[in-house]
Design a protein around this ligand. Structure first.
Ligand code: NAP
Length: 331
């Protein structure tokens, strides 16, 4: 047994916090191309909830240490790593294992922290804002004058998408939420109009954007896909990037239907892209840090004290009763 550290652990799949605990686990060591980070702050994400409930492809094995994003300083580097150097302060996309005293990340998925950037804010950059930046620039390629419609507009990704799409030139931002209580949050995030998912959604979006949407960004699995197609402008595109409800994913429309609707449908996963093209993800991470440093973007997470506070915050995300973004002060 190596050196131990404290970490948040899911012992097995659970719909609530019953199988979550803070426990002593073995401290990870950096492999080739990796760094070990002394975690100061770690972000809480909806992905933790998906791993906790046992959705396919999230927890690789049990017990599982969640946590996809951190800020802290480099403790040690693995073989082949020149930068960052030990002692350097960084934000990093860890994908897993971030809710711990020490986390390992690929060196290629770290970015230095500019002086003056609050590490509690930096810790929540690699997840939602970086996802939003990649969706806008690399996936949907939002252009000047576009109408952009976003599901789950009040969530962490949705709230980051509004300012980033606007900076990219979007003319009209249409927010879609699942509960009336989230309408004001989406408006505060910068959406021009906010609509409730459910009956009447298509008509309501069409009223706000009569020509239809150039881009629809949708983390609701395939449950809203028919509505997405109905609000899409011909040659527009739908990007599917989540499955918040954990529902069965339906097959995509047939090729013939795509011809008939002139629709483009694509997918996005931050974790997959971070493995396939880490340089692209790091560029987005760095762009977001620059937006924050230049006050073009603002993120104000709720800071929780200690790993023991994480299970309740994850439960708030799971039950849709959270407000905003949570970050845990680990040390
Ligand atoms: N593909 C990727 O790489 C990637 C990266 C980051 C996030 N995501 C996904 O994007 C989504 C939003 O993430 P986030 O960080 O913004 O999370 P968040 O701040 O916790 O927001 C999650 C949103 O999901 C909806 N939701 C919550 N519980 C739900 C349930 N049981 N069934 C259906 N909808 C539910 C709610 O929006 P409504 O108002 O619409 O109900 C809520 O605002 C999640 O599905 C997440 O997995 C994907």
């Amino acid at each position: 047994m190596g050196t131990l550290m404290q970490a948040l652990v899911f012992d097995g799949p659970a719909r609530d916090t019953a199988a979550t605990r803070v426990a002593a686990v073995e401290r990870p060591a950096p492999g080739p191309g990796q760094v070990a980070i002394a975690v100061e702050y770690a972000g809480i994400n909806f992905k933790d909830v998906m791993a906790r409930r046992g959705d396919g492809g999230y927890a690789q094995s049990w017990p599982f240490v969640p946590g996809l994003e951190v800020a802290g300083h480099v403790l040690a580097v693995g073989p082949g790593v020149d930068t960052p150097e030990p002692g350097q302060r960084v934000a990093a996309l860890t994908n897993t294992g971030g809710l711990a005293e020490v986390a390992v990340a690929d060196a290629a998925l770290t970015t230095p922290l500019p002086a003056g950037l609050d590490p509690a804010v930096a810790a929540v950059v690699p997840g939602a804002p970086t996802t939003a930046d990649l969706l806008v620039h690399d996936v949907a390629r939002v252009r000047d004058g576009d109408v952009v419609a976003v599901h789950s507009a009040s969530g962490a990704v949705g709230a980051a998408l509004a300012p980033l799409a606007r900076l990219a030139g979007a003319a009209t931002l249409v927010g879609i939420v699942g509960a009336p209580s989230r309408v004001p949050l989406a408006r505060d995030a910068g959406y021009d109009s906010v609509h409730l998912r459910g009956p009447g959604l298509v008509e309501s979006v069409r009223e706000a954007a009569p020509g239809g949407a150039d881009v629809v960004l949708d983390p609701q699995g395939t449950t809203a896909l028919e509505d997405d197609l109905a609000v899409l402008r011909p040659t527009g595109q739908i990007v599917l990037f989540g499955n918040a409800g954990g529902c069965t994913l339906d097959p995509l429309p047939t090729t013939g239907r795509l011809y008939a609707t002139n629709a483009r449908i694509g997918g996005f996963s931050l974790e997959s892209l971070s493995r396939a093209d880490p340089a692209r993800v790091r560029r987005a991470l760095t762009r977001v840090v620059e937006h924050l440093a230049a006050s073009r973007l603002s993120v104000q997470p709720t800071v929780l004290d200690g790993l023991a506070a994480a299970p309740a915050a994850q439960e708030r995300l799971a039950t849709g009763t959270g407000s905003g973004k949570y970050v845990v002060r680990v040390r």
